[in-house]
Design a protein around this ligand. Structure first.
Ligand SMILES: [Zn+2]
Length: 152
């Protein structure tokens, strides 16, 4: 059992939340509505990772027009920058710069924005590049045609 750092309640699952820049371990109830950084406990983890193909590439990249995405989502929710800042515990000026595209949000801020605004700011890094350089001609086309004609 663990002890909640806010209410002192004994709990089997601790939520690490971020509060005013500090990480504190609290019980489920005290974590409600807070930004949960991590969960510790013997029960099922609250966050399930969406591993798609088994490869462990967490190379998400911030999309290039993140500022517009954030601003549009925020405006559609009628949420002033100040209010958003209060909700996710960030400075209004920081968010302003991010929206203007003058500042890249760090991973933490990105997650908070995604969660709060219901948007996606990251994309898988595109690793699909031309591997074979100099081989632009498809090899199989001709072969396929021949096989097709070999009908009996
Ligand atoms: Zn508590």
């Amino acid at each position: 059992m663990y002890e909640c750092e806010i209410c002192g309640k004994q709990t089997s699952v601790l939520n690490i939340i971020e509060l005013e820049g500090a990480h504190i371990a609290v019980c489920e109830r005290c974590a409600t509505g807070k930004y949960v950084v991590d969960t510790i406990g013997d029960e099922k983890p609250a966050r399930k990772k969406s591993v798609q193909s088994g490869s462990e590439t967490e190379e998400d990249e911030i999309v290039s027009d993140y500022g517009n995405i954030i601003r549009k989502a925020r405006e559609s929710m009628n949420m002033p920058l100040k209010v958003l800042g209060e909700i996710i515990n960030e400075k209004e000026s920081t968010l302003f710069r991010v929206e203007k595209g003058k500042m890249l949000p760090d991973a933490k801020l990105t997650k908070k924005l995604e969660k709060e605004l219901g948007i996606k700011l990251t994309a898988k890094a595109t690793t699909v590049s031309n591997v074979k350089i100099g081989h632009s001609e498809p090899v199989t086309l001709g072969e396929a045609a021949i096989k097709k004609e070999k009908k009996q």
